[in-house]
Design a protein around this ligand. Sequence first.
Ligand SMILES: [Zn+2]
Ligand SMILES: [Zn+2]
Length: 260
Amino acid sequence: MIINHGVRGSIPTPSHKMLGYGGNTPCVEVKTSDYQLIFDCGSGFSKVDFDNDLQTIVFISHFHHDHIQGLAFNDYKSASDKKIILTSAHSDKKTTFSNLFNYYKLPYFPVSFLDIINKFEFYEFDQVVDNFKDLNINSIDLNHPGNSKGYSIISDQKKFCYLLDNEFQNNQKSKVIKFCNYSDTVIWDGMYLDSELKDKRGWGHSSVEQGIDIANNIEVKNFLISHHSPLREDTDIETLKKNISTNKVKFASENEVIEF
Ligand SMILES: [Zn+2]
Ligand SMILES: [Zn+2]
C-alpha cells in the first residue's frame, strides 16, 4: 500500500484552489508485509501513523526544507515505544544528524531537536542496505542543487521508485530508465512544464513532459507525477491530465492510497 501524504513542492499550499491534489510538502509511505517505509519528511509527514507491527525506515532524499520540515510535527503518539530508523544516501549519519540538528534549533525553531528525535536511530545508508537485504534497496544520484538521492526498493515482489528532486538532463536518461524499469510505482518530480523550464534552469526540477517521456520508455504500472508547483491549481492539473494519452501516468494526489 502506498499513501501520498504530501505531493506539493517547495512550500505548503493550503489554498482551496489546490486542496484537491493537496497542499502538503513531500512524504510518501510504502507499507509492505514487513515494513513501513517513509520517503521524506515534508509537512505531509505530520500525518503518518506509525505501525508498531512493522519495521519503520525513513529515507531522506536531501535536506531542503520542504523535505524535512514535517519531522518535528508528527506527535509520534502512534510510535509508542518503537524505534524508527532514519537514513539518507545523501550524507553519512553524522552529517544527517547535524543537518537536521542545525535546522531544528534557535533562532529558527523553539524546541530541542534531541527531544524530537528520541524515537529515531540514525543509520548509515549502507548499513540499511546490508541489514535489510530483502528490500533490495538502491539509490541513484539526482541532479539538484546540493544533490538529492532517489531510491528504489523491492518488497513483496513489487518495485517502488522515488525520484524527488531532480532536474532531468538527457545524459541521465539511460541511467534513469535502467533504475526505474519494471516498476510497479514510480514517483517523479514534475514540478514544471516544459514551457516553464527555460526560466527555471538550475532550480533543480524536471517537467511533467519529461516524466511522460520516461514513463513511455519503461515498464511501469503507476507513474506518479508529484512535487507539484506551488502555483499549480487543481484546475491546471485537470487540464494537463486531459492531454495525457497514456493511462499509466497520473498526478499524485494527497491521501490517495495506491495498491502495491
Ligand atoms: Zn523539494
Ligand atoms: Zn530540493
